[in-house]
Design a protein around this ligand. Structure first.
Ligand code: HEC
Ligand code: HEC
Ligand code: HEC
Ligand code: HEC
Ligand code: HEC
Length: 542
């Protein structure tokens, strides 16, 4: 099918009115023949699609992806039975997935990694492109083009429109049910059909559609049921990331487990029962998944409907990009709860702080700059502070935090000690590093385990580090005991759990490579609140 003919189908079909459609539907199941031009205002031409169609491509290579805009014509403006807007395109637009290529922290970090790398920077850019600009990277690869990330993002690059979309509709929904869960699917090695042309390309969804031809007629993709879309293994492709690491001369040494939420989930009690989708796509009911056809007879409402929310914990970067971070803030707060017990033992106040993890993986999880920590304060009757552990400065540094890193604690006896839940990376020489391409292993990983995880039986790339001897560091929780000198004045104990998506270690490491994008990011991030309160507990003492 020629590009030209496809474009004319596009324009003609978008003119469809509901009436015209209903009539046509009775006449024929295939729309192309009956979509006559209507006396209606010309709909906006999907510019992105046109631009992609202009790409010089050999006859044998199909155009695999589409920007999201043409999809929004039907999959936006959706309401559930409570009247809430659950539009697919607008929900997705507001996620980190949709912004994976524009994310200023990502772009700054990438330039920083390039600065520190002595090998060919294209190697790095191609690596990052697999997940942060996946549609552009994959199409370029199939086309036999150079796929360095900054090249793909250039305004006049033929893949620009796909690149800026980050992780978009036609990426997730075209992933085939192949190799899922296998190691060779990890690190962004999704399998997507590269030989079928539109309008025969398949878009996988959770249901067997009846109105498939309607969508095919307009965008050239045929929706079809694909059970993989509901599996955690689909998410595992990009959320299990083994990053190659190198020595200072740029010599390749091996692969490092940089992000492992899926492997953490596998060892939890959620595995096989509660998928990533169940937690990250909230369910609602009574949604007609497409605006067209408007007649509910042809497309009845669906329950459950999975909202494309994909909230995680990255409140700060969403805010920095001017996105709505409220779902993410709620998600983050749902991850943990904290409780405390107190006891007086002679001239000591003993406070046991228990923190529970409700997420389906470690807390925090994902990118290694995430960290959470416990703030504890004891005050007397006048509100004067007797003891304080874990306060922080405006630039996000935790007071009392040791260099190069604070070790894990089971018992805390001094204000200089603080419990920080984090992963700390070291290079092949054993030095603490924040450089992704130098990280060889973790020297510390005391992120709180998900419920049901047994530290001794976890996947070898996710075993906790530096927690030896702490018997209450178990699946789903950790307890820290604070032993505080007190002559009986203590009247109140306050505990807060804080979270930062960008730890101070990663921030100050960035400032060592002052590229233009690093300076821009640090300038803007510097003005922001870098810490979120995730959970709070308080106790008044007798
Ligand atoms: C002209 C309207 C229209 C456009 C444009 C459109 N779709 Fe659809 N789509 C539909 C309809 C109608 C269905 C439902 C078919 C059914 O369930 O009978 C559907 C179904 C789907 C499904 C399957 C859901 C399921 O399991 O039933 C997915 C996924 C999907 N569309 C994605 C997309 C993507 C991605 C794009 C953009 C490339 C797109 N759609 C563009 C109308 C459209
Ligand atoms: C990160 C991957 C991902 C991206 C990006 C994504 N989707 Fe989905 N989508 C899913 C998953 C997973 C489901 C199925 C959830 C379930 O039923 O378990 C789904 C479901 C759907 C459905 C069916 C809804 C239902 O509950 O029946 C439609 C339609 C759809 N997506 C369209 C889109 C469109 C349009 C876009 C782009 C604006 C998009 N998706 C972006 C993963 C994705
Ligand atoms: C093509 C790779 C890819 C696939 C497939 C994918 N993701 Fe992601 N995901 C990403 C990238 C890239 C980011 C954000 C990058 C950034 O922060 O710049 C992300 C971000 C997220 C976030 C937001 C995290 C935050 O920091 O707040 C959640 C939640 C998430 N993904 C869940 C899922 C789920 C659930 C699935 C499966 C249905 C899935 N993803 C499939 C690549 C992917
Ligand atoms: C039981 C519910 C639950 C399940 C199951 C679950 N998650 Fe999460 N996830 C959460 C919560 C709560 C958070 C927010 C806390 C955090 O950021 O760690 C989160 C955060 C995340 C983040 C963002 C971390 C960040 O840096 O902001 C990613 C990415 C993610 N999950 C991916 C996944 C993937 C992939 C799966 C499946 C293998 C999965 N999740 C399964 C509840 C869940
Ligand atoms: C296998 C997929 C994959 C590859 C390859 C990948 N990333 Fe990511 N990246 C992700 C996902 C998924 C997230 C979001 C995780 C989370 O929120 O915890 C992310 C998040 C990030 C973040 C944090 C962004 C934020 O807003 O907090 C940075 C920085 C980053 N990646 C840099 C890179 C660099 C540099 C490369 C190339 C060397 C790279 N990534 C390659 C999947 C990938």
């Amino acid at each position: 099918m020629s590009e030209k003919r496809f474009s004319s189908i596009l324009t003609a079909s978008t003119l469809l009115t509901v009436l015209a459609f209903s009539v046509c539907f009775l006449l024929t199941t295939f729309l192309i023949g009956c979509a006559q031009p209507q006396p209606q205002p010309q709909p906006e031409t999907p510019k992105e699609t046109q631009k992609i169609s202009e790409v010089q491509r050999s006859e044998e290579i199909p155009e695999m992806f589409s920007p999201s805009k043409p999809c929004s014509k039907c999959h936006n403006g959706l309401k559930d039975s409570f009247g809430n807007d659950v539009s697919i395109h607008s929900s997705w637009r507001n996620t980190m997935l949709a912004n994976a290529a524009k994310d200023p922290y990502f772009l700054a970090k990438l330039t920083s990694e390039i600065e520190k790398f002595s090998g060919d920077s294209k190697i790095i850019e191609r690596e990052c492109a697999k997940c942060h600009t996946p549609m552009a990277a994959f199409q370029a690869k199939v086309d036999g083009e150079e796929s360095a990330l900054f090249t793909l993002l250039e305004k006049d690059n033929q893949y620009h429109e796909l690149a800026v979309e980050g992780v978009s509709c036609t990426l997730c929904h075209q992933i085939e049910n192949k190799r899922l869960g296998n190691e060779d699917s990890f690190s962004g090695n999704y399998s997507i059909d590269s030989s079928t042309f539109k309008p025969d390309r398949l878009i996988y969804g959770p249901f067997e559609p009846e109105m498939a031809e309607l969508m095919r007629g307009v965008v050239g993709y045929l929706p079809k049921k694909g059970e993989q879309i509901e599996k955690a293994e689909l998410c595992a492709i990009c959320h299990t990331l083994y990053t190659p690491y190198f020595d200072e001369k740029g010599e390749f040494l091996g692969h490092f487990p940089e992000q492992t939420p899926y492997l953490e989930w596998l060892s939890s009690s959620y595995a096989k029962k509660v998928s990533c989708q169940s937690c990250h796509m909230p369910q609602t009911k009574g949604v007609r998944i497409s605006k067209i056809p408007a007649n509910p007879k042809f497309l009845p409402a669906r329950s459950p409907f999975y909202i494309h929310e994909f909230a995680g914990g990255n409140v700060q970067i969403l805010k920095l990009m001017g996105m709505n971070a409220s779902a993410t803030l709620d998600k983050l707060k749902s991850a943990v709860s904290v409780s405390l017990e107190t006891e007086r033992e002679g001239d000591k106040l003993v406070v046991k702080v228990r923190i529970l993890n409700f997420a389906g993986h470690k807390f925090p999880t994902g990118f290694p700059s995430r960290r959470a920590w416990i703030y504890l304060k004891v005050v007397d009757g006048e509100g004067k502070t007797i003891f304080e552990s874990g306060n922080y400065t405006a630039n996000g540094r935790i007071i009392g935090e040791d260099e190069p890193f604070e070790k894990h604690h089971d018992v805390i006896t001094s204000e200089n000690e603080v419990q920080i839940y984090e992963s700390v990376m070291v290079d092949s020489g054993g030095m603490v590093t924040s450089t992704l391409l130098r990280a060889a292993e973790y020297i510390k990983d005391n992120r709180i385990l998900p419920e049901g995880a047994d530290p001794n039986k976890m996947h070898s790339d996710t075993v906790p580090r530096g927690v030896d001897g702490d018997e209450n560091f178990i699946g789903g929780s950790d307890t820290v005991t604070y032993t505080i000198a007190d002559d009986g004045r203590a009247r109140k104990v306050l505990v807060e759990v804080f979270y930062q998506p960008v730890s101070h270690r990663f921030l100050s490491d960035l400032s060592k490579t002052p590229t233009a994008l690093v300076n821009e990011f640090l300038g803007n991030y510097g003005k922001m609140e870098k810490t979120t309160v995730v959970a709070v507990s308080e106790k008044i003492l007798e």
